[in-house]
Design a protein around this ligand. Sequence first.
Ligand code: NDP
Length: 295
Amino acid sequence: MTAARIDGKAVAASIRAQVGKAVASLPSQPTLAVVLVGEDPASQVYVRSKIRMTEEVGMRSVHHRVPDTISQADLEALITSLNEDEEVDGILLQLPLPDGLDSDAAIEKIHPDKDVDGLTETSAGRLVLGKSGLTPCTPTGCVILAKSALGDDLSGKHVVVVGRSILVGKPAALLFLAENCTVTIAHSSTADLPALCRTADILVPAVGRAQMVKGDWVKPGACVIDVGINRIDAPEKGEGKTRLVGDADFDGCAEVAAHITPVPGGVGPMTIACLLRNTVLAACARRGWDVPAGL
Ligand code: NDP
């Protein structure tokens, strides 16, 4: 079997298009505030893309760029001021924060109504309780991609999520559970991981280990949603060159699976698309607007 490739770029583009339509139908423009602390080059790239795509869908973005010398108290005061700003619908604190700053404490300052990354304890608690709310962007993207391949009804599917981080693994497991899947969470102490993975209808590696999941870990006909983003040497492209790969060995897994996400171009593009969608949902909830159809 050669798996169908799940085109995350195309699915993300269609979500952004839906968000753009939704924004045009709202009484006023939602606003996303992005806080970037320090000069981390990768964070700067992510923030630039987030701002560009926010503006492309017709929303307003405000950018707060602060030096890595900012104190915890001043960072939290900035977040508090954004909580109080009536114009701001969503607050995104770009992670990781520079050493010396406490990201958990800073995230907790974000008002849950504006928590478009879905990372506050209130958002996490609502997810555990099965209540509606703003859900973390990358895991939400995983569920949308699985549905794009398998259809909207995922009930009864066995999902194995490999990884239990707060950012990805745990919320992904809870989101698949909310879709009535049967969910197993695996981690670094899981016994016989390959055998467990072979029981998955939907396999979601979220580990951060390049090409760890091999073809013989995959049940024939399964759907692989690869969250991992790992940079490896690519001497075939020239000396010193590198390339991005996922946590799954794409070629080996594609021989066995029915559907698989590529890296890059799979889960990655979904994260920003879901952030933009969350910003519209946050604006509608806070301002008492009806959620536009299609979101
Ligand atoms: P973390 O390092 O926070 O978590 C990794 C998880 O993998 C842990 O739960 C760990 O288990 C588990 N793990 C580590 N080694 C093994 C192993 N040998 N066998 C089984 N489980 C193992 O990473 P994140 O969750 O933040 O990210 C995971 C991957 O997803 C990374 O590659 C990251 O770059 C990528 N990512 C991609 C995003 C996107 O937009 N596509 C967004 C966010 C992340 P334990 O808890 O026992 O230590």
